[in-house]
Design a protein. Structure first.
Lengths: 117, 113
């Protein structure tokens, strides 16, 4: 149980293009999903909190117009990196909070490696 | 958010027990402790979670003293495949809007043959 998937697992794009990453909770509903970014040899950094049916909440320093988040259903959140540049190259990881149950536990996806040329 | 402090790295050998201690001096009454494991180029994997005393599952044990200002993850009889980064996180026990996790540096565990 508590499986989260991401698609694609890796993507290479040219500078200036936009890339969409999907995050799905496969066997549970998630009213809240989270997006993290991780650079090599570093820890995960929370970028934004995605709430189903409402606007995402971004962490300080994260450009909301560059990292568009949509959480249209209880099982799907998408992150679109707009006008990507080489400095956006990173490992993007989503997590989902199980809407059922009592405790607040996040389950993580496998991550998406983005390389911008 | 309660800040956590862990050793940067630890080395061990196959078959040994690995104990990783995490300090969280300003843990709040409604906070619980969760440990995740992360392999290179993968998302973190949930290992164990607890509030107080001792919790055990099929892969690890979590020891939390009465004052809850620290916790120790115990990995019994490690194998080479346990080489990973282990993160200790402290977060609110009950689901609520605004809850979020803050990752510290983690502990890089290297298991040698």
């Amino acid at each position: 149980g508590a499986v989260v998937s991401q698609h694609p697992s890796w993507v290479i794009c040219k500078s200036g293009t936009s890339v969409k990453i999907e995050c799905r909770s496969l066997d549970f509903q998630a009213t809240t999903m989270f997006w993290y970014r991780q650079f090599p040899k570093q820890s995960l950094m929370l970028m934004a909190t995605s709430n189903e049916g409402s606007k995402a909440t971004y962490e300080q320093g994260v450009e909301k117009d560059k990292f568009l988040i949509n959480h249209a259903s209880l099982t799907l959140s998408t992150l679109t990196v707009t006008s990507a540049h080489p400095e956006d190259s990173s490992f993007y990881i989503c997590s989902a909070r199980d809407a059922g149950g009592y405790t607040d536990t996040q389950y993580f996806g496998p991550g998406t490696r983005l390389t911008v040329l | 958010l309660a800040k956590t402090t862990q050793p940067i790295s630890m080395d061990s050998y196959e078959g040994q027990e690995v104990n990783i201690t995490c300090s969280h001096n300003n843990i709040a009454t409604n906070d619980y402790i969760t440990w995740y494991q992360q392999f290179p180029s993968q998302g973190p994997r949930f290992i164990i979670q607890g509030y107080k005393t001792k919790v055990t599952n099929e892969v690890a044990s979590l020891f939390i003293p009465a004052d809850r200002k620290s916790s120790t993850l115990s990995l019994p009889r490690v194998s080479l495949s346990d080489t990973a980064v282990y993160y200790c996180l402290v977060g609110a026990l009950i689901k609520a809007a605004g809850n979020k996790l803050t990752f510290g540096g983690g502990t890089r565990v290297l298991v040698k043959p």
